[in-house]
Design a protein around this ligand. Sequence first.
Ligand code: NAI
Ligand code: MG
Length: 354
Amino acid sequence: EPYRVALYPGDGIGVDVTESAVKVLETAESTFGTFSLEFTNFNWGCNYYERHGILTPPDYAQTLSKFDSIFLGATGWPAKVPDHLTADVLLGLRRQFDQYANVRPARTFPGVKTPLDCDVDMVIIRENSEGEYANVGGRFAQGTPNEVAMQTAVHTRRGVERVIRYSFEVAEKRQRQKLTMITKSNAQRYAMVMWDDIFEELSMEFPHVQAGRQHIDAAAMNFVLKPESFDVVVASNLFGDILSDLSGAITGSLGLNPSANLNPERRFPSLFEPVHGSAPDIAGTGKANPTGAILSAALMIDWLSVDGSASIAGDAIRAAVAECLARGESTPDVGGNLTTAQMTQSVMTRITHK
Ligand code: NAI
Ligand code: MG
């Protein structure tokens, strides 16, 4: 039975890097023969919007729900479509498919210059379904001198527990077995103290994991001063959003980092995408770094093959990408002079010649 993958290449460089990811997956599939994939392409995004006035058909989530997973390139083109419409499409999927764990691995690669001179290998796990982005509140006496705006965070025990539990499970499987939870429980004394309580409770169930806590202000400083000290990091929606961009910044290029929006119970498809956007400034120039998309594809086959049958292929993809970066067989953003298609070809060649 092949895994059925919905491709949503989207706009700008999303289209180029999705093509790279698919080619690399097909190469790994035929080289290793340990998994098989069946792709279905959806041409949604700006072009669809120009013809239909909407980015996707209204029943797009229903359509995608029939797949085993979703691979997204990048969506958005502010000059053509109001950006909030683009965001609504993605937020709609996260919500409907209960993709509450947003997982963003961030690592440095030999051969890629970074702003800080140290090795980083961390995974940020951001709560993706509630918290500070719950959309509760309102503006009262709007526009008057007496205006009051309230933006209320909503943290549920169920929502917090499930993302922290998933983070402990991820930490337990990694070599360093370390989990750091980020809150601001000294100043936010209801919700964030509940995070602390739940973290303490769950840490009893994972005695092998070295569990620690930091406040967001200290964590932001430590991400810059000693990023090598972090292994797995879990945080609420807002803090996780900020820290995951910071983790990307300290590893070299926005083009390098993969991400997964997971429904860990597997009741719904999970969504895999590079961290970067559609990059209208370089779209069509062949300068897009395909690394983030290719590494997202590797995360996807790891996830799909629950029994681990694709993990050798996933590891081979990661090794091939690292070798290309180390040898400068890469795109201009990381100091190389290859095009997207040429770097993709280098990765494929390294996979087949293992
Ligand atoms: P962006 O990530 O598209 O680009 C930021 C800068 O990084 C640009 O200078 C771009 O050239 C560079 N860059 C990004 N990816 C790269 C890659 N793979 N290789 C080399 N350089 C790369 O962010 P921006 O410009 O703020 O947003 C453009 C559009 O993308 C907007 O419509 C935005 O909403 C959307 N977007 C979509 C996301 C998604 O689909 N999940 C995520 C982030 C932004
Ligand atoms: Mg962000």
